[in-house]
Design a protein. Structure first.
Length: 215
């Protein structure tokens, strides 16, 4: 005689309410039942209730655009138009003045260059205003960058000791022919051309420092 024992756990009863007529009971793959109820009642035991959130259809309200939008702006008055016109006139005047200034500076530079001798003997004999050269620090501000650039062009690198030596000798008012004897062994055949250009540049900067530069 076979004696079978069955154990069961008591489960509280659950019954649908008045609002659960649309409840949906479903069974999962694991054998458990689930109940979806719009009333929000929670199941007990193997019955589980999944509450489906209530969503209300809300229509998006489009912004109301005035019928006269874009047509009700006040037209620009004569005063604003006058101000804008005056600003344009001032700008055009500034551009014209700047163009005239550049043109005047160019003409001044040409006139100064014409005063500089082209022959080497006359160039090296030019009466130098050493006070102006020292007062405006022309050797450091103007000549050092120029000499550095030329030395790099001739030697392929910046020889600071050579640059310092040249500027030192110029500041000591060494005559160009004597200075040429120092730089000849270094720059070789380029030495004469280099010194001529250097002296012309020095005279030009000296004359520019005392000339009435247009503003």
């Amino acid at each position: 005689m076979m004696d079978a024992t069955m154990e069961s756990s008591p489960s509280p009863a659950w019954s649908p309410g008045a609002d659960d007529n649309n409840s949906d009971i479903h069974r999962s793959q694991s054998g458990e039942f689930g109940v979806s109820s719009p009333s929000g009642i929670t199941g007990i035991g193997k019955f589980q209730v999944q509450l489906a959130p209530a969503t209300a259809d809300k229509k998006k309200q489009k912004p109301v655009v005035p019928i006269m939008a874009g047509f009700d702006e006040e037209p620009e008055d004569d005063d604003n138009q006058g101000k804008r016109k005056r600003k344009l006139e001032v700008l055009e005047g500034a551009l014209h003045a700047d163009k005239k200034t550049r043109s005047a500076k160019l003409e001044l530079a040409k006139s100064l260059i014409e005063k500089i001798p082209t022959e080497k003997e006359q160039l090296f004999a030019y009466d130098m205003d050493w006070d102006t050269i020292q007062q405006h620090n022309i050797l450091e501000v103007k000549m050092r960058p120029w000499v550095s650039k030329k030395i790099v062009e001739y030697l392929g690198e910046e020889e600071k000791s050579l640059i310092d030596f040249i500027l030192l000798k110029i500041s000591a008012k060494m005559p160009p022919p004597e200075l040429l004897g120092y730089i000849q062994p270094v720059l070789d055949e380029e030495a004469d051309s280099f010194l001529v250009k250097l002296w012309r540049m020095l005279i030009f900067e000296m004359l520019s420092a005392t000339a009435a530069v247009p503003k």
